[in-house]
Design a protein around this ligand. Sequence first.
Ligand code: MIG
Length: 779
Amino acid sequence: MLEDTSFAIHPGKEQQSGAVVYRDIGRLLNYEAKENTYFFNCENGNVAIQFFTDLIVRIVMNQHHEPKLTGSKAVIVDPELVSIEETNGNEKLTFSTEKIELHITKNPFRLSVYDKDGHEIVTEGKRGMAYRENGEVISFKTMHEDDHFYGFGEKAGHLDKRGESYEMWNSDVYAPHNPETDPLYESIPYFMTLRDGKAHGVFFDNTFRSKFDMKTTSNYYTFSAEGGQLDYYIFAGPEPKAVLEQYTHITGRIPLPPKWSLGYHQSRYSYETEEEVRELAKNFVEKDIPVDVIHLDIHYMNGYRVFTFDKERFPNPEKLIADLKEMGIRVVPIVDPGVKKDSEYHIYQEGVRQEQFCKYIEGEIYFGEVWPGISAFPDFTDEKVRKWWGEKHEFYTNLGIEGIWNDMNEPAVFNETKTMDVNVMHRNDGEPTTHRELHNVYGLLMGQATYEGMKEKLNGKRPFLLTRAGYAGVQRYASVWTGDNRSFWEHLQMSLPMVMNLGLSGVAFTGPDVGGFAHDTNAELLTRWTQVGAFTPFFRNHSAIGFRYQEPWQFGDKHEDIMKNYIQMRYEWMPQLYSLFYEASKTGLPVMRPLLMEFPMDAKTYNLNDQFMLGDNVIFAPILQPSVTDRAVYLPKGEWVEFSTGEVYEGEKTHLIHAEIDELPIFVKNGTVIMQGEWNSNKDKTPKHVSMNVYASSQGENYCFTYYDDDGETFAYEGGAFIELDVEVVSNENSVKINVLEQKGDFKPAYQEININVVGQSEGQDIIINGEKNKTIQL
Ligand code: MIG
């Protein structure tokens, strides 16, 4: 193709397009308050403003009608009653909550948000809200020299998105993910801005194809969409953590995942037969490498028909699943949205007869080609269809399955546009809407149907769902893996900022295919990647058909031992990880974090791509290059103890750290705590002993954290069957004081006590638990 050669940049090729003309919202004519919403009539359109809390404000522009305030697929809360002080001057209106001020100039209508000290949050200048005759809506906002941008969901490239532009349109991209490859599978039209150590966020709740441009000009950025309303939320922060709490307050947080889903997952496209799967499981057990999940990719199905098993390849799925469960391994099958057009296939028959499939306005079913051949697609925008699809999962739960993997749900279709015809008319719960508008939420709604259906069928057990596509709010139903990466070192490197930005976008439970999906991996890459994977929220090794097998034992004993050791570490860290997942479910804070989240005043962290944190006190600095055994590690303020050597490093400095192929540099902040468990067996992965490792500082350090545990697989915690300890640790020269400030819940874990283990205890230091010299906390 000519487009793939240098002809693409032929000098005469670019046609000058006419200047784009935007119509500005114009001058304010009048306004009124209705309940807690303000409606503004402007010369060229209408604007509504709603305060959700005293730190969250929503702005909606509709160029033709009164702004519509209902129908969001992402937002799950109503505005709170916020008390507003209003002043109406000659040129300016002001609306103040206790924490922020919104200023509106009347001619032209421009809107700016400030904190109480007069710091700018989101502001407009020469240009504001506008639109084009073709339906495009756009917002121009002031950009400052020191603004840094994060989030945007699943994006390639570096952590800081300043100087970049992005598009939101869920896309199946198999071609290598380059730093410029955009868009990918998820659309999360949300970002956080960091300016002078203070943060704020913007969520553009528009499901059309949308764009964010922090690149074209240096003094303003824009966000725009092909259609719909300019409907966006401003989160005033001011800390990065507060922004994320505010964003996830309105779009929801992850449900507490079943513990087994936090273990190690092994996958391949595909383990093709029952024998192959049994052999695989047996290998793990014999080699004593812990594994919680084996994924079944598309070959398990009969001709790629969802809700079926191929009876030749998998003659007895029920027995297979039961036997694996005995070994401590769960099976997660893939489920795609495409239903094969086959008049003898019961799902297709039901779908047609009960009108569950996407249709054109004229009434014809939309057909597209995917794995099973010509297929129809459930219309997940309709409650009836979501229920139907959810119920179908009884097929899987009856076999003992507790987790589902949704793929191809952008939806991906094998055609020129790579997706469904944008003219398809979705039912959208009684408000028919085209695919052009709802494309970006197809995966989210499939996730909702699947999660809710599984939850219903599992009778009190927590379902696990993995998805490829999604929209803002996807965290409520599914964990997200980052799609078809390749076995390149560059993709290992790129996965860190990608997963960190997903975390900053509310999606705490994510990870890439460890080892790389396409292309052939190698011993060193897989080993280094497994070291990283052991500490990313989602930990799955997955590889593609036609490429080298990449189970941990494929590259000889030396590498197997190293990988086994890191997979075991994943389990040793489970008490820590699980507590962080609990925090994510309560506050929306990510498990894996960029350093800037904890150190927003430290500019050295703003685009630090090759290090990450777990929680607020541990820094990981993996080796991400071949043949390299030394790397620079930046440590922010504090004193840091390397996990395996116990060596202490000074903060606010860059250190050269040595790490042989079996070493992953991990730094724990002095004065803080990590919770560790003893990993027992492949079958029983609940710890019998839990220890609190206190990194004793002599500097009078004070640290608070929450330890959480429960049965790990049911919803009994909702009724109080959990244990939560809010702990404070104060260490100085003479003592390490551990105070359990509060103990909540009535769950009795098997381990009954927590052993205190002080790392780097100095001679004169006593350990004092709740005022008494002691070595354990009794539960
Ligand atoms: O067009 O099911 O991203 O993880 O193994 C390929 C086969 C379809 C794409 C997924 C990948 C999965 C593969 N799927």
